[in-house]
Design a protein around this ligand. Structure first.
Ligand SMILES: [Zn+2]
Length: 172
């Protein structure tokens, strides 16, 4: 059992705090919908430090292996998490919205009582939002010929001029 680790993030930075710990996947309940099973654990390292502009932030590294459920064949997909991010600490909503305008910056609100395990879970979730699937030839349902060719997101009608027509035909 890992213990919840709660920090005041700004204090954590002024004290140059750092910590690393392991979290069993079974405890990251928000991931469970995406998991094939709950085997394994992830390791995190968190460091409170200033960035190059002397702004406080949290350096977070997360590593580990997990078994995702492939979104195509629903079979086990071994996934390695290996993420590193610097989260700028915004002192208020205004600073947060300023930081959000800069795509190169990830920021979080520096609320006292920040639950680091929650934060780690959130970052892992974000890293998984990219569709999790086997490579094209590794799915266990090869016979199931995929008709989607990873179409880019967006307006399907502009991508496929005849898509609207097809839809019309189907509904009639
Ligand atoms: Zn698959």
């Amino acid at each position: 059992m890992s213990v919840r680790f709660v920090i005041d993030p700004l204090d954590f930075v002024s004290n140059a705090g750092n910590r690393h710990d392991k979290i069993p996947l079974a405890e990251l309940t928000r991931l469970h919908d995406l998991l094939f099973d709950m085997e394994g654990e992830i390791t995190y390292h968190i460091d409170g430090r200033l960035d190059q502009n002397e702004k406080p932030g949290l350096q977070l590294r997360v590593n580990g292996k997990m078994h995702l459920r492939c979104q195509r064949c629903l079979d086990k997909l071994v996934h390695t998490v290996n993420l590193e991010t610097f989260l700028l600490l915004a002192k208020n909503e205004f600073e947060l919205s300023q930081a959000d305008e800069d795509d190169s910056v990830d920021a979080i609100l520096a609320t006292p009582g920040l639950d680091v395990v929650d934060l780690v879970e959130e970052e892992v979730l974000l890293s998984l939002s990219i569709s999790s699937r086997h490579a094209e030839n590794e799915c266990s349902t090869l016979k199931l010929k995929s008709t989607d060719n990873n179409d880019p997101p967006g307006n399907p009608q502009s991508a496929h001029p005849f898509a609207a027509l097809t839809t019309l035909k189907k509904t009639n």
